[in-house]
Design a protein around this ligand. Structure first.
Ligand code: PMP
Length: 391
């Protein structure tokens, strides 16, 4: 019976990693995988996390089961960062999940259980969004996320929300949009929140990069704007980028209910879904984040680390934007206005292939680049390669 299974196409980015590893050119550049890199090209464990792990090693006295909700102190420690000081605390509850992916999965599965059948999604998006929606059995309705000029397509998202009805949800990126880097401005978030306030469409907000865009508070402003205007919303959160915990799979799912008295029933459904999917989230990374956030010194260290990551990403973006006239065939200026780890280059498939073949520059077939893959040591080579393939 198992022989009937059709082979699935491999994940394109994972295939790219393999090609990159096999390339023997010393000056090869990896702009594929979505992880932060230092100016030396490393993806180190955060200093704050190292300290927290040392403390855990010393103090942790049990690895007994916790439960589907995971480490509730970890979840509580995230709340002020995500929801801010004006949160509707009595209407919000959360639980730990295996990464932001688990949180997205839980959010859409719960939405479906509550009666959602269609999800509006700005495209391009993180490819796993559509894959998860398909797997859960929800219909995806797409709208363009960005305009060709590299700004957000506000009218498209507003139209999706205004035309949506009961049983519809909209999946929004809180900040640092993957793959475009195109965020909504505060004014645009205000208009999106106003449209959602007048609509039965359920907002599902995916926050996977808080602190990597414009700052911890700034990157949460859009999410908070929406939550202040709508009765109900779901939030999927990842700590894998902003604590550098990628493989430890650290995330959380939150719900804002119309009324606090709805929370126990809602969370009992989320618990049941978690139990059937993964039973419980892995503990270690969430425990380390909890230790960091409960300690002033480690928290300060974490803020400093995030600040320097953001500053580095900004300086790479500024260099690329300034190279706009060196690459006449492309609009590089827009990268300077955008935020986070990613940006899209309007290259043809042939040009992307030439980047790889002629210049050992590895980027996704969509034209997405990981800004953090560029360093002082390779950014000039990258700009020259772009000028060459677009000439
Ligand atoms: N949402 C978006 C938009 C992402 O880009 C990612 C990570 N690529 C995730 C969620 C999931 O992150 P995690 O690694 O924590 O599962």
């Amino acid at each position: 019976m198992l022989h009937k299974l059709e082979p699935q196409s491999p994940d394109a980015l994972l295939a790219l990693i393999k090609l990159f590893a096999e390339d023997e050119r010393a000056d090869k550049i990896d702009l594929g995988v979505g992880v932060y890199r230092t100016d030396d090209g490393a993806t180190p464990v955060f200093r704050a996390i190292k300290q927290a792990e040392a403390k855990l090693l010393e103090e942790q006295d049990s690895k007994s089961y916790l439960g589907p909700e995971g480490d509730t102190d970890f979840v509580d420690a995230l709340v002020p960062y995500i929801f801010g000081a004006d949160l509707a605390a009595d209407r919000i509850a959360g639980m730990q999940t295996p990464g932001g992916t688990g949180a997205v999965r839980l959010a859409v599965a719960l939405a479906q259980k509550a009666g959602v059948t269609r999800v509006h999604l700005g495209v391009p998006s993180w490819p796993n969004h559509k894959q998860i929606l398909d797997d859960v059995g929800l219909e995806t309705v797409t709208f363009p996320h960005a305009t060709p000029d590299g700004d957000a397509d506000l009218e498209a998202v507003l139209t999706a929300i205004r035309n949506g009805g009961e049983g519809d949800a909209v999946l929004l990126h809180a900040c640092c949009h993957n793959p475009t880097g195109v965020e909504y401005t505060q004014d645009q978030w205000d208009r999106i929140a106003a449209a959602l306030a007048d609509s039965p469409v359920l907002p599902i907000i995916d926050s996977a990069y808080q602190g990597l865009g414009q700052g911890l508070e700034e990157d949460a402003a859009g999410l908070r704007t929406v939550l202040a205007r709508v009765p109900e919303a779901l939030v999927a959160y990842s700590c894998d980028k902003n604590f550098g915990l990628y493989r430890d799979r650290v995330g959380a799912f939150f719900v804002q209910a119309a009324d606090g008295s709805d929370l126990p029933a809602i969370m009992s459904n989320a618990n049941a879904l978690a139990r059937a999917n993964w039973s419980m989230p892995p503990d270690h990374g969430g425990a380390a984040v909890r230790v960091v956030l409960r300690d002033e010194g480690m928290t300060r260290e974490w803020h400093d680390e995030l600040d320097s990551m953001r500053t580095r990403l900004r300086s790479v973006r500024d260099r690329l934007a300034a190279a706009d006239n060196e690459v006449p065939g492309l609009d590089l200026q827009q990268l300077g206005r955008q935020n986070g780890l990613f940006g899209m280059l309007a290259l043809t498939p042939d040009q992307i292939a030439a980047m790889r073949k002629d210049h050992a520059v590895y980027m996704a077939g969509s034209g997405r680049i990981n800004i953090a893959g560029l360093t002082r040591g390779n950014v000039e080579k990258f700009i020259a390669a772009l000028a060459d393939v677009t000439a």
